[in-house]
Design a protein around this ligand. Structure first.
Ligand code: C2E
Ligand code: CA
Ligand code: CA
Length: 582
């Protein structure tokens, strides 16, 4: 087989950076070595130019492969160089497509087939499936012996670096450019802009008009912000700006003007359109933090603007009064701990007490993180950011597993014991959440009916159909579900009607002043009635004093939780208290 390759100066300089890997492919004899070195060069060249494609090359004799860096990052593979990559990749392929994939790969390895060309669904690092077209061919040496199997996986959801509607750089380009900015080691800002209720525009005027709206909005951004940096069309209704200017005030001023303008006076194809936009801005001057950490902070600040500030620009500054630089740095260390088998995380437990007899009913697992530089960090500091990060799934699994392992002893002593585990909407949103959960339960031989998942009202942001399905599946296995922090968000009653919760946990805000506030007393009374109507139990949080407990004694409440009984404590302390007196 004749392989043509072209080496431009850019490719040669790119290749130099990979020098240390040059001998990775085949070293058996001179001929193979020559071919290997050419292939290595070709591989690197193709990896650079293959927009939207992931390249792979496998040394058939050693079953040793090299995959392009973009594949490793996008799909969360163990590394660029892998033994037995076929089996590793198989794990990423949708279970329904696996047999066909295996058949095709077996044919290649047995020499039955020379090429592979199929479409399948493959799991990305954040647990979503994308449709890919995978093509590959067998390469032979001068004697005709098969030496390599190589090809590319085209991700059909990532078509190009340019968005077809607006002509702006795409999400894919954005990801690469953030990496470039990090490597420049100069401060930069990222602005994420998105639109609320855009589906109304599609519904009223149709999709073509919706596309025209994106196009006009993109043009407006170029006109007003083009001088500040590079603009992007992201996924959904979102746009972004990466700016090398360190003055965030100018970005904030222009954002405010645009927000006002599109809310009142924005014309698309002769029609006046009302757009409501949200914006989050991150200023980055810490270059050691990973791209994922920066992007989690960006998403977090964007959703703060959308959910809490009616679209007003939210500039990321840590809400603990630290500088955002220190905060982003800490988040990066915490993120690395997740990647390092969740080292430095630990769980504390707080008892949940039966209101009737004041006996132990269960406990809630509450995660913490600790290291020498930052001390013990509470979940409120890292969960909201980390749950924007695909890596959160790993921490979520660790929390569930640890909590179940710790509570097994209690289930043996208290048969109705409930271990409450907090679940973020980012976890339940993943298609394989329940499969994974059931897997952990069965692996630990833990009875599902002793597990209660706590979800906050933020889960209302998810598709209600998906949630209903997830709920009925969980219920079918006997797993209980609690609605956490009831009353702190909005549309609470709607969610209780739509989804059947076993328990409603009332936020501590409502009981702080319960002995003096008749409004709070009426509210608790109302919530207890409401829960009763939907056949749910009520647990009140924040029972800090004996006085609160006594006042609450008059209401139809099933369980209490709060500092009056115990603060969250480590397992050693918890078991001393609740296992020894049995
Ligand atoms: P939450 O689920 O509402 O947890 C209760 C929080 O209230 C805990 O704070 C607990 O320490 C605190 N608390 C308990 N009793 C009292 C009391 O009597 N008075 C007062 N003032 N506070 C009390 P913590 O541990 O800092 O957790 C904060 C939040 O972080 C949790 O709120 C939960 O939303 C989230 N979180 C904690 N652990 C996890 C986890 O494992 N996974 C997820 N997804 N989120 C978690
Ligand atoms: Ca909770
Ligand atoms: Ca709560």
């Amino acid at each position: 087989m004749c392989i043509k390759y072209y080496l431009t100066p850019e490719f040669l300089s790119y290749k130099r950076t990979f020098k240390k890997h040059i001998d990775f492919f085949g070293v058996q004899n001179g001929g193979v070595r020559k071919l290997s070195s050419k292939l290595d060069t070709l591989f690197e060249a193709l990896s650079v130019v293959s927009e939207g494609c992931h390249i792979y090359l496998c040394d058939l004799k050693r079953d040793y492969s090299r995959w392009s860096k973009n594949a490793v990052e996008y799909f969360g593979l163990p590394g660029e160089y892998m033994y037995n990559a076929g089996d590793i990749w198989k794990e990423h392929i949708h279970p329904d497509d696996r047999d066909e994939y295996s058949g095709s790969i077996d044919d290649i390895f047995s020499g039955k087939s020379e090429n592979h060309n199929m479409m399948y669904r493959s799991r990305t690092r954040d647990g979503k499936y994308v449709i890919c077209t995978c093509k590959g061919i067998v390469l032979r040496d001068e004697a005709g012996n098969p030496t390599f199997f190589g090809g590319c996986i085209k991700n059909n959801t990532v078509l190009s670096y340019t968005d077809g509607i607006t002509g702006l750089r795409s999400l894919y380009g954005f990801m690469e450019d953030v990496e470039v900015m990090r490597n420049r080691k100069l401060p930069y800002s990222i602005l994420l802009i998105g639109m609320s209720r855009f589906s109304a525009i599609n519904d009223v005027y149709g999709f073509n008009f919706g596309n025209d709206t994106f196009n006009s909005f993109g043009k407006l951004l170029i006109e007003r912000m083009g001088h500040l940096g590079q603009l992007y069309k992201m996924d959904g209704t979102k746009f972004a700006l990466i700016s090398w200017k360190s003055d965030t005030n100018e970005i904030a001023d222009i954002y405010a003007q645009i927000k006002n303008e599109v809310a009142h006076d924005f014309v698309v194809s002769g029609e006046k359109v009302v757009l409501s936009i949200n914006g989050g801005l991150v200023y980055v001057n810490d270059f050691n933090s990973s791209r994922d950490t920066v992007l989690s902070c960006l998403k977090y600040t964007y959703y703060q603007s959308k959910n809490n500030k009616m679209g007003e620009l939210n500039i990321f500054t840590s809400y603990v009064g630290d500088s955002s630089r220190r905060y982003i740095k800490m988040m990066n260390v915490i993120r690395n701990s997740v990647a390092d088998n969740c080292s430095n995380f630990f769980l504390c437990y707080q008892p949940i007490i039966n209101a009737e007899d004041e006996k132990l009913k269960g406990m809630e697992a509450l995660v913490r993180w600790r290291n020498d530089d930052y001390g013990v960090v509470s979940p409120g500091m890292f969960i909201p950011i980390l749950e924007q990060d695909p890596i959160f799934a790993e921490l979520g699994r660790w929390i569930i597993r640890q909590a179940l392992m710790d509570s097994k002893r209690f289930v043996e002593v208290y048969p109705d014991f409930l271990i409450h585990v907090n679940i973020s909407y980012a976890q339940i949103e993943r298609g394989d959440f329940i499969t994974e959960l059931l897997g952990i339960l069965s692996e630990l031989d833990f009875p599902p009916e002793n597990l209660c998942l706590e979800l906050t009202e933020r889960c209302r942001l998810l598709d209600i159909g998906l949630l209903k399905n997830q709920f009925s599946l969980l219920k079918r296995h006997g797993i209980k579900i609690a609605l956490d922090d009831f009353g702190t968000g909005f549309s609470s009653i709607g969610i209780i009607r739509e989804l059947s919760f076993d328990t409603i946990k009332v936020d501590r805000e409502f009981v702080r002043n319960i002995d003096s506030s008749t409004t709070d007393q009426k509210t608790i009374h109302f919530i207890a009635d409401l829960a009763d109507a939907f056949k749910a139990e009520v647990c009140v949080e924040g029972v800090e004093t004996d006085r609160i407990r006594v006042v609450l004694g008059d209401f139809a409440i099933n369980s209490f939780q709060g500092y009056y009984y115990s603060e969250p404590v480590v397992m050693d302390e918890f078991s001393k208290k609740y296992l020894s007196d049995n």
